[in-house]
Design a protein around this ligand. Structure first.
Ligand SMILES: *[C@@H]1O[C@H](CO)[C@@H](O)[C@H](O)[C@H]1NC(C)=O
Ligand SMILES: *[C@@H]1O[C@H](CO)[C@@H](O)[C@H](O)[C@H]1NC(C)=O
Ligand SMILES: *[C@@H]1O[C@H](CO)[C@@H](O)[C@H](O)[C@H]1NC(C)=O
Ligand SMILES: *[C@@H]1O[C@H](CO)[C@@H](O)[C@H](O)[C@H]1NC(C)=O
Ligand SMILES: *[C@@H]1O[C@H](CO)[C@@H](O)[C@H](O)[C@H]1NC(C)=O
Length: 275
């Protein structure tokens, strides 16, 4: 009888210890300290006119666990994996605070009033899958961003939307290093120069470059982008002839806009897309 009770007690004790351990691993207890510091530095570096980030606290009286902050999502071990801060009237430059945020998979700052260039520490965002900075007032160089993002050994970026900013520069040949990139939208900016030959080596499903200042001939290599479903190159200064070769393997293409350029179409009347 005594033995059994003792066993029962030990069992209960072990159970309580287990509960405590599980509790300590619970992300709601706290996020990773250096990631929390980076988020606080982000908040400090911007102008939050509408006080949208009021849940982002720094002291214990406030809310210390960054996993519960507005727009922040952590994984089960407390690493910040998503930052969704779209349409929050945030202003200022995008702060250079990303050096300790290498777990981040989604960064969405769509529809704010961010201005200026891209912070250097973007090159540390090596888990990034989705980057949305559209509808801001950014003036950076597109090629600089690509250079930074392609520094990562494993290149995970799948979705890049920079539409409706004031970005300049051109699409660099090195863009083909973004091997996972599937959605590339940079419409409504001030990009110049030609489309690079290397674009034909990419696995894009969507390419949106409407409303820039792209010039020169379309590389025939675009005809190799066999996964392309959507291509919008309208409202640029593209010129020269486009022929069957430009579409040779585009059998998935559903939406094509080449309007408002100086392109000359040269197709045989019996032309069909090869399947
Ligand atoms: C942005 O948020 C405001 C207020 O919360 C809302 O009225 C507006 O429709 C939103 N804009 C967009 C483009 O979603
Ligand atoms: C990362 O966090 C550590 C510890 O808080 C800090 O010392 C370091 O300066 C941070 N690095 C960057 C690049 O912010
Ligand atoms: C959370 O993210 C970190 C950093 O990316 C990763 O090492 C860890 O395995 C993730 N934890 C879970 C439970 O997915
Ligand atoms: C973008 O920046 C320009 C020049 O600094 C400014 O005139 C304009 O009002 C800004 N637009 C928005 C939407 O913030
Ligand atoms: C595509 O990649 C292959 C192999 O790396 C390379 O030989 C070729 O030049 C590339 N094509 C373009 C258009 O850059």
């Amino acid at each position: 009888m005594v033995d059994a009770r003792c066993f029962e007690f030990k069992f209960l004790h072990a159970f309580l210890v287990l509960l405590l351990l599980l509790h300590m691993n619970n992300p709601s207890i706290g996020c990773i300290e250096r990631e929390r510091e980076a988020l606080l530095a982000f908040k400090q570096g911007i102008v939050d006119t509408d006080n949208q980030l009021s849940s982002w606290g720094s002291s214990e009286v406030q809310n210390e666990d960054c996993c519960t902050w507005k727009g922040v999502e952590c994984n089960l071990t407390g690493h910040v994996i998503e930052l969704q801060l779209f349409n929050q009237s945030l202003q200022g430059s995008v702060p250079d605070v990303w050096g300790n945020m290498s777990s981040l998979r989604v960064l969405n700052l769509w529809e704010n009033q961010f201005k200026g260039g891209f912070p250097n520490s973007f090159s540390k965002l090596c888990s990034l899958q989705t980057l949305v900075l559209s509808n801001n007032n950014l003036t950076g160089q597109f090629s600089e961003l690509i250079q930074m993002l392609s520094k990562c050994a494993q290149n995970s970026l799948d979705f890049l939307d920079l539409s409706d900013n004031r970005l300049s520069g051109s699409l660099p040949e090195s863009i083909e290093k973004m091997v996972r990139l599937t959605y590339l939208h940079v419409s409504g900016n001030q990009l110049t120069g030609r489309l690079p030959e290397s674009i034909g080596n990419m696995s894009l499903r969507e390419l949106g470059l409407y409303g820039n200042r792209l010039s020169g001939r379309l590389p025939e290599s675009i005809g190799q982008m066999s996964k392309l479903v959507y291509m919008n190159l309208g409202m640029n200064s593209l010129e020269g002839e486009i022929s069957e070769t430009h579409f040779s393997q585009l059998s998935m293409l559903k939406t094509l806009d080449l309007s408002s350029n100086s392109l000359v179409l040269n197709f045989h009347s019996d032309w069909v897309v090869r399947q």
